[in-house]
Design a protein around this ligand. Structure first.
Ligand code: ADP
Ligand code: MG
Length: 525
């Protein structure tokens, strides 16, 4: 516990015996080491030939993934500087949805370069200034790389595919998935941009074949409340209830002292009457499909089934919200208030079973253009990774469509950044020049890693890429299923959204400069 002493009226804080303090170079180098180590841990997953990681949790749960943000999230990272690299990946994921490995690897290398500079007695402040200057030049270089081509469906498909290469696609081709992703994003495109929040991904494990399907609506894990209910309703009016359609327990005992058959019959009649009343009110309202967040008595369900009303009971609150936003239905808290004005509408409500699971599809809702990418795969690991892969692809396609800006991938943009930063560094005086050049060296890690992960020599590849960049203006390390060649990524359909690169430069620079500036770590144990 920290103690507080008073001297001359001023509070003075004294560190407790338990707290630890690391200062100066020691603090810097331990932070830098921790940050570098974390970035290093995802390096081998970068790019089309990146390897997957298997993460085993303390309770034995297993995640197999190639996704940088997921790996860093699942790792139990305690060191505060290392945690900042995890935050780089998280903010990259939140802002643009892809480029998490790129951003964290870049941050780690900026730290590595900073360490060398500190050893050469370059002050942290100079490094920070130099890095910020270099990041500004890097953003200019990205602007110069933005391709003039119109971002049409072909380019968007390439953006989706580039984000998926090297990821688990569960037996589907990246091309098939890319097409589905582009179609999905086009569905939710509005004049004000892309309503990405109206896209859901629903996974289904255990289907015999891998498939994805674009559902023009929402999918929820629910089955009809009764076997006799319709499983397919077209042009459906929809009600959403927060009403218990069951008898209040104990009601019978409370109201009738039963001592004769007549009274028993009367009691049963009263019960039946109450349940009948629920069913009648619903039928009379003219609604076709009812979602309720509460339970439905079997007898009510049976009566409604007889009348051809489809009911889903005990639905979760997020499903209720999705139903409401897709169909425009208003929630009703009492059957007395049930009226047509509250109804929502959908072109098609149907249920379908997959192995042991029953799913409800609500399609063509009248309120919002909600769409669902329905993904099926053999095992949980496959569909989980597929869900992440598709999620990234949806994000990048939305990002690219909104800004209309794409840049060449496969390391070409990074080669261009390093080149521009290096040549501008030449005109800058003093030690800051060293820091700016170091930034360029750090950016080289991306093409170097892409090369290393394909089994190529990183130094040779870098030399070849620079030469090709010099003569052709655009040069990346194009990787397909057979070959690795140097070429123009745009010609080979390897493209990334410009915003993914911008965000990576910004978030990596921010984290690296923040960590490098720290020279005193005081931690309370
Ligand atoms: P991140 O988490 O940074 O997105 P990825 O493992 O998804 O990491 O790799 C992204 C990098 O792989 C980008 O630089 C992208 O341009 C590159 N890339 C994607 N497809 C190809 C390809 N076919 N050939 C070479 N590089 C590719
Ligand atoms: Mg990616």
């Amino acid at each position: 516990m920290a103690q507080q002493r008073r001297m001359g009226g001023q509070p003075m804080f004294v560190l407790s015996e338990d707290s630890q303090r690391t200062q100066g170079r020691d603090a810097q180098s331990s932070n830098i080491m921790a940050g570098k180590a974390v970035a290093e841990s995802v390096r081998t997953t970068l790019g089309p030939r990146g390897m997957d990681k298997m993460l085993v949790g303390s309770s034995g749960d297993v995640v197999i993934t190639n996704d940088g943000a997921t790996i860093l999230n699942e790792m139990d990272i305690e060191h505060p500087a290392a945690q900042m690299i995890v935050e780089v990946a998280e903010s990259q994921e939140d802002e643009v949805g892809d480029g998490t490995t790129t951003a964290s690897v870049l941050a780690g290398n900026l730290l590595g370069e900073a360490e060398d500079l500190i050893e050469q007695d370059v002050h942290a402040t100079t490094i920070v200034e130099g890095y910020h200057e270099a990041a500004r030049i890097a953003l200019e270089a990205i602007d110069e790389q933005v391709s003039e081509v119109a971002v049409d469906d072909d380019i968007l498909g390439q953006v989706a595919e580039s984000s998926m290469t090297g990821k688990g696609t569960g037996g589907l081709t990246a091309e098939e998935l890319g097409e589905t992703v582009v179609e999905t994003i086009r569905h939710v495109e509005t004049d004000d941009g892309v309503a990405r929040e109206n896209v859901s991904v629903h996974t289904q494990v255990g289907a015999s074949s891998n498939a994805t399907e674009l559902v023009p609506g929402i999918v929820i894990d629910e089955e009809p409340a009764h076997d006799g209910m319709p499983t397919d309703v077209e042009d459906a009016s929809i009600a959403l209830l927060d009403v218990e359609l069951e008898l209040q327990t104990g009601e019978v005992d409370a109201e009738y002292a039963i001592d004769s058959i007549d009274q028993l019959n009367a009691a049963i009649d009263a019960e039946e009457g109450e349940l009948e009343g629920y069913a009648e009110t619903i039928v009379d309202s003219g609604v076709d499909v009812v979602f309720t967040t509460d339970g439905v008595d079997d007898r009510v369900a049976a009566k409604l089934a007889n009348e051809g009303v489809l009911v889903f009971e005990n639905i979760g609150s997020s499903d209720a919200k999705n139903v409401a936003s897709a169909t425009g239905v208003s929630r009703v808290g009492s059957l007395d208030d049930l009226e047509e004005a509250d109804f929502g509408h959908a072109e098609h409500v149907r249920t379908e079973s997959y192995n042991d699971d029953e799913l409800a599809f609500i399609e063509g809702g009248s309120a919002a253009e909600s769409v669902t990418v329905f993904v099926r795969g053999g095992t949980k690991h496959v569909v989980d990774e597929l869900e992440r892969t598709i999620g990234d692809a949806l994000d990048v396609v939305a990002t690219a469509l909104e800004s209309g800006e794409v840049v060449p991938g496969a390391g070409a943009t990074e080669i261009a950044i390093a080149d521009k930063v290096r040549s501008e560094a030449a005109g800058i005086e003093g030690r800051k020049q060293l820091a700016i050049t170091a930034f360029a060296d750090a950016v080289d890690i991306i093409p170097r890693t892409l090369a290393a992960n394909t089994g190529r020599d990183p130094i040779d590849s870098l030399v070849d890429l620079r030469a090709a960049h010099e003569s052709e203006g655009r040069a990346g390390l194009i990787t397909d299923s057979e070959d690795v060649t140097i070429g123009d990524p745009l010609e080979h359909g390897v493209v990334d959204p410009a915003d993914v690169k911008r965000e990576a430069v910004e978030s990596a620079t921010e984290a690296a400069t923040m960590i490098a500036r720290i020279d005193d770590v005081i931690s309370a144990e």
